[in-house]
Design a protein around this ligand. Structure first.
Ligand code: C5P
Length: 223
């Protein structure tokens, strides 16, 4: 029997740098990359387009089954996300989409419906999977697991810079409040709450540059 395809799971709270780090690590390893948050965000965006009520769990579950989500590489090598055939990459990254994703992600049937779509990303030569429950629920047998954190203040600051660069007007206070609220919701939900997987290597990225974090994560795969 052939060996299972290796997976490196990178879990952590919003703004811990998971997205940037996971993409760079995947590129360095030559492995595939799964941005699992994009799936929840895509359903959030589709629910917004359909004007669904975020309290209507039944409608949101149907929306999850009905939403087509595709990934492709953009001209600059960036990951583009297609929702029902429309490029929704920019809309996906808004705080509104993040908040909708977080509300939708608390529904057990939505999580169950997205399980197989996530596992389908496990293809040779390997996968870097970025999310909240990659090491605990989706790929519990992954040989490599990382839990990334950073102080809430630093996470809010990173988000602030990202959004400002895109010309989105936000305040630091508002962002910090949103991040803390999202953390609390993600950590306290009954299904797949945000918590480190057993055996995960914890890396606190507060005050660390991107390159330093990438090297630390790579060292988990090839010590
Ligand atoms: O990582 P990102 O900020 O894109 O995720 C958006 C939201 O999707 C998170 O706040 C979380 O509620 C949800 N999510 C999740 N499980 C994952 C990835 C994201 O519940 N594996």
């Amino acid at each position: 029997m052939s060996d299972p395809v290796p997976v490196l799971t990178i879990d952590g709270p919003s703004g811990s740098g998971k997205g940037t780090i996971s993409r760079l690590v995947a590129r360095r390893l030559g492995w595939h990359y799964l941005d699992s948050g994009a799936l929840y965000r895509a359903v959030g965006v589709a629910a917004g387009w359909a004007d669904l009520d975020l309290d209507d769990a039944g409608a949101l579950v149907r929306c999850t089954f009905d939403t087509e989500i595709g990934f492709r590489e953009g001209d600059g090598g960036e990951l583009r996300v297609l929702v029902n055939g429309h490029d929704a990459t920019d809309e996906l990254r808004t705080e509104t989409a993040g908040a909708a994703a977080s509300a939708i992600a608390a529904i057990p049937e939505v999580r169950a419906a997205l399980k197989d779509r996530q596992r389908a990303f496990r293809r040779a030569p390997g996968l870097v999977a970025d999310g909240r429950d990659m090491g605990t629920v989706i790929f519990p047998d992954a040989p490599y697991k990382v839990f990334l954190t950073a102080s809430a203040a630093e996470r809010a600051e990173r988000r602030y810079k990202q959004l400002k660069d895109k010309g989105v007007s936000v305040t630091m206070d508002g962002l910090l409040r949103e991040i803390l609220a999202r953390d609390a919701r993600d950590a306290s939900r009954t299904v797949a709450p945000l918590r480190p997987a057993e055996g995960a290597v914890h890396i606190d990225t507060t005050g660390l540059g991107i390159d330093a974090v990438v090297e630390r994560v790579l060292a988990v795969v090839a010590p």
